[in-house]
Write a protein that binds this ligand. Structure first.
Ligand SMILES: [Zn+2]
Length: 607
């Protein structure tokens, strides 16, 4: 779930202008065939599987809503969901479509445009390295790519490059183009020796430009080509070398290929394929498995997991045959479980990497492997069973302990209980004794800090009261209702902070005599499920005759809720004051409590 621009980092009028210039029917029609049904248009929902259409577009409100799965929103929400875009990305895309130039966002200029300059330097470097690869100079690297059966098309699409062995090829090129040395150093394109001499970071390497989610080149990965040798006659440096971190490149926050994969994740591919290197990634991509990503030679971290979770809930990890079942490798993947992801594993035959496998056995065989991917639990258990004997007590205890390590990472209690059942069956040990052993193990396994961290937990789904949603929708749609609501209520009377913020926003818009738009409202809601619920309420409120009555009901309910909440608070204060033997306080609070109780009863009677 992706928050929209919280609190309006974009000016309202910009969002409005862009939304007004893009008809929702036109936009959605590009993806889904819409059929007219009365005042609305209908289709089979692109967000869940269904046979009869429950996905509806309302042109007059410029919104969509699915009665099947409950998603809904405006033209921005649609693109965000369908194309896995963030709000700024959707805004930019629709602005471009309508030839609207977006104003610079606040904060963008704070760094004096440094980031933009770094992007530019990296882009020019990528272009230059790519040119070199395609020229005679790049022959050794091209030979290597040919050997690995990487097509010319892929070489061009990914702008692979060649960094010659010389010390200052890129340096000379970029300084001629007036890029300052300091900037190139900051972009980590060049390094400085202790004596102060500049030299290129990458030499004698095949280069893979690393792009961020917005398709900007931010760094490079470089593979040493064995034909190239250093001045000393020896190979220089490690086989793979990545750019060091820069203001635009944080290894732990980037996954190679995610900028492309995010476009291909859909119902056909509801998951990501995680591989370990650039070459494996390219092989998969070239064979049509475009939902792949690769780590950049760093261990998988929390940020990676969070990043992937923006797009998918399931990851299939593809391992080289040699590495399969290694305890250390498996442990490295548990972070995915901790992040609430579903994890499956594929292991290739020993000695083969994805690249070999695809070239030797073809797409269908790989497809079959993916379909057969084993759940992390089964995979680990099988690896352990092949390592330790299940017949003796020591073996059994080793296996169960290793499995418990994984259990500690699983947050989903339903899943955990399923795991206990399966482990009990596999080891032929009674489930209850496993649980007892686990409880003991859990206590011993350390302080609570080792438990899944708060930040990785799925946000608690706080459900807004229906009357709050109804009230806000009515206020947004009918200006006189807004006056009425503001007479009766204050923002504090609403339960959820986001409801309060929306109430304030609607009140202000109404005061200024402005009509609120759906987009204006939705961009203020950071939580996707709240957004869906607001839209669902809008979609269901079609009958105009009952509206006034609905409004009055909502007002009464919210007012009653306000009394209840305040009364509770006073009771709490009262008992505290009594405990502290603060008689003056007791008297004061008790008086207020009784007054409020009376008012609450009166208001009930008058309903
Ligand atoms: Zn749906």
């Amino acid at each position: 779930m992706e928050p929209q621009s919280a609190g309006g980092r974009f000016e309202d009028h910009v969002v409005e202008q862009v939304s007004a210039a893009n008809d929702i029917v036109e936009i959605i029609s590009q993806y889904v065939p819409l059929k007219r049904a009365g005042r609305h248009l209908k289709a089979c929902c692109p967000f869940h599987q269904e046979k009869s259409p429950s996905f509806m577009v309302q042109p007059e409100k410029q919104m969509f809503h699915c009665f099947g799965c409950g998603v809904g929103g405006d033209v921005f929400s649609f693109l965000m969901r369908h194309e896995n875009m963030t709000f700024p990305e959707a805004l930019k895309s629709l602005a471009d479509r309508a030839h609207i130039t977006l104003p610079e966002r606040r904060g963008q200029r704070e760094d004096g445009g440094l980031k933009d300059k770094l992007y530019e330097a990296c882009q020019v470097a990528a272009d230059f390295y790519h040119e070199l690869l395609m020229k005679d100079a790049g022959a050794p690297a091209r030979e290597y790519l040919a050997k690995r059966k990487i097509s010319e098309e892929i070489i061009r699409e990914f702008k692979l490059g060649w960094a010659p062995m010389e010390w200052r090829t890129l340096f000379d090129h970029l300084t001629r183009k007036k890029f300052p040395e300091a900037l190139l150093k900051q972009a980590a394109l060049i390094q400085q020796s202790p004596k102060g001499n500049f030299y290129d970071t990458f030499r004698g390497r095949l280069l893979f430009p690393i792009l961020n989610l917005h398709n900007k080149t931010i760094a490079f990965g470089g593979r040493l080509i064995s034909e190239t040798q250093g001045p000393s006659g020896k190979q220089e440096g490690p086989k793979y070398l990545n750019s060091p971190e820069t203001p635009i490149f944080f290894k732990r926050r980037e996954l190679f290929g995610l900028n492309l994969a995010k476009k291909y994740i859909d119902r056909e591919w509801p998951n990501l394929i995680l591989v370990e290197g650039y070459m494996d990634f390219l092989a998969l991509y070239q064979h049509g498995f475009k939902n792949a990503v690769a780590t950049l030679g760093t261990a998988l971290g929390e940020d990676h997991v969070r990043l992937m979770r923006r797009f998918v809930e399931e990851v299939i990890v593809v391992y080289d045959g040699d590495k399969a079942g290694e305890a250390a490798a498996l442990r490295g993947l548990e972070i995915l479980l901790e992040g609430g992801m579903q994890v499956k594993l594929v292991s290739l035959p020993t000695g083969e990497d994805p690249d070999d496998f695809l070239n030797k056995r073809g797409n269908d065989a790989f497809d079959a492997l993916l379909k057969d991917a084993k759940d992390f639990f089964d995979y680990k258990l099988e690896a352990l069973l092949s390592r330790y004997p299940r017949q003796d007590a020591l073996g059994l205890s080793k296996i169960s302990r290793e499995m418990f390590e994984t259990f500690l990472k699983v947050k989903d209690t339903v899943m955990l209980s399923e795991y206990f059942k399966r482990l009990s069956r596999a080891l032929q040990v009674d489930e209850n004794s496993l649980r007892t052993e686990y409880a003991h193990f859990d206590r011993k396994s350390g302080p609570p800090k080792e438990r899944p961290r708060e930040s990785l937990k799925a946000p608690e789904n706080v459900k807004p009261a229906p009357e709050e949603l109804l009230l806000l929708v009515l206020m947004a749609e009918v200006p006189p209702f807004c006056d009425r609501a503001c007479e009766e209520l204050k923002e504090i009377d609403l339960l959820l902070p986001v409801s309060r913020e929306l109430f304030e926003y609607l009140r202000k818009m109404n005061e200024q005599g402005k009509k609120c738009t759906l987009s204006g409202l939705l961009t203020r809601i950071p939580d996707a499920s709240y957004r869906d619920q607001i839209v669902a309420v809008m979609a269901s409120l079609d009958d105009t005759s009952e509206r006034e009555k609905i409004l009055e009901d909502c007002l009464a309910k919210i007012k009653q809720g306000r009394f209840t909440g305040r009364l509770e608070e006073l009771r709490r204060q009262l008992s505290l004051a009594e405990k502290n033997r603060n008689e003056a306080e007791v008297r004061k609070v008790a008086t207020e409590y009784q007054e409020l109780l009376k008012r609450s009863r009166d208001s009930k009677k008058s309903e």
